[in-house]
Design a protein around this ligand. Structure first.
Ligand SMILES: Nc1ncnc2c1ncn2[C@@H]1O[C@H](COP(=O)(O)OP(=O)(O)O)[C@@H](O)[C@H]1O
Ligand SMILES: [Mg+2]
Length: 373
């Protein structure tokens, strides 16, 4: 007779990946690995190399930090992981190894700590749906829409939220007549923000003051994505709100608000300001503003979350103008998730520790059924 305790849910932390945010994801994984509640969950770290190979990591992720001379990355060593694309097999498989030996047997939930394309954009979510494996966060549609800075605006506007003026340059537009595309964008009020539609961490974004800089900015964005969005610059404070799904159909929850304060030396909240120049940015929480406006922003955050059918978590980012106007900038379905990132900080302000937030997200994923929801 077996006297075994009920087994703890087994969680696969998936990190790294093919997007330009690979190093950020590695750092996040190290933080989550250190904080996840081991009394409640068994954890298997799985790193995805820049080439897209899934490998079981040895469990010690402490070397994955921004402190060394090189950006952290997943190296090509470890047992390779496959995701079987049928319901019968469920879970993850080890290539050439016994799944149990590799710690992969009966993985109940995948926690995709991935930012950007091929992770936060619905591709990974679709693969896990095919395999009937639960995962933390939004499903295919919400992930895909909220990865695309163009389509997210379409959805926000349809939900009655205010978005700033913008133009989209598709690859076809650019190849057919790049000058016509630039002329169309030059109608917007400068300064402009030129961005790859499907990137993150401010990668590939240029602030453009004059029309003659526009072409180079579009070319720079196109290095990351053939689809480019050009937005009018909005003068306002950057205010962010965390949304956490409710349990078992309970109302979804909006966090206290945070503010990004970028010190001098950065034209905007760029990659260096976000990750490398720790002193130049302050995440201020709670953001100081009239309570009625704060409440309004929280309501809009929930509305944006519902508009695309987000699940689990999202961080909703706004501009708050000196006139009190609230303009939505974007949703991140897998927001920065180190203990110092805005999303966990906002929930800490609401009384949910980093460890408890991780548990919340895993529980929400376990509650959810697989397949169409
Ligand atoms: N339309 C805009 N007006 C003013 N600032 C902007 C605008 N778009 C982006 N920014 C600045 O650039 C930063 C990164 O842009 P964002 O759209 O949030 O891209 P990412 O997905 O890379 O975070 C913002 O946090 C803000 O500082
Ligand atoms: Mg942003």
């Amino acid at each position: 007779m077996s006297t075994q305790q009920p087994r703890k849910p087994r969680v696969a932390l998936v990190f790294g990946g093919r997007s330009s945010e690979h190093p950020v994801s590695c750092v996040t994984a190290a933080s989550v690995m250190a904080a996840v509640d081991r009394d409640r969950y068994e954890v298997v770290p799985i790193g995805i190399t820049r080439e897209g190979k899934w490998l079981v990591h040895d469990g010690d992720l402490s070397a994955l930090t921004f402190s060394g001379s090189q950006l952290p990355q997943v190296l090509g060593e470890g047992v390779e992981v496959a995701v079987p694309l049928s319901q019968e097999e469920r879970g993850l498989r080890a290539v050439g190894h016994d799944a149990d030996g590799a710690g992969l047997r009966d993985v109940e939930v995948v926690f995709p700590l991935l930012h950007g394309p091929f992770g936060e954009d619905g591709t990974l979510q679709g693969m896990l749906d095919l395999a009937d494996v639960r995962y933390v966060g939004s499903g295919v549609l919400a992930s895909a829409v909220m990865m695309d800075k163009h389509y997210m605006k379409v959805v926000f506007a349809a939900a009655g939220l205010t978005v700033g003026p913008y133009q989209v340059i598709t690859d076809k537009d650019w190849c057919r007549d790049s000058q016509a595309a630039l002329d169309r964008c030059a109608q917007l009020q400068f300064p402009l923000y030129v961005k790859p539609c499907r990137a993150g961490s401010s990668v590939g974004i240029t602030r453009v003051e004059h029309a003659e800089e526009l072409r180079a900015a579009v070319e720079a964005a196109r290095e990351h994505d053939p689809k480019v969005i050009v937005e009018e610059g909005i003068f306002g404070r950057e205010i962010e709100c965390g949304v956490l799904e409710g349990h078992h159909g309970e109302p979804d929850r909006a966090s206290p608000l945070g503010e990004i304060v970028v010190e001098q030396g950065h034209a905007f909240y760029d990659f260096e300001a976000k990750y490398l120049d720790g002193d130049d940015v302050r995440l201020s929480c709670p953001a100081v503003m009239p309570e009625a406006d704060a409440e309004h922003i929280r309501e809009q955050a929930i509305r944006a979350f519902h508009a695309a059918g987000c699940e689990g978590l999202a961080r909703v980012d706004f501009f708050y103008t000196p006139q009190g106007q609230i303009i939505i900038n974007e949703i991140n379905t897998m927001p920065g998730f180190t203990p110092f990132s805005m999303y966990p900080r906002l929930w800490q302000e609401a009384g949910i520790s980093y460890t408890d937030l991780i548990s919340e997200l895993i529980e929400l994923a376990l509650e959810r059924r697989t397949g169409l929801r």
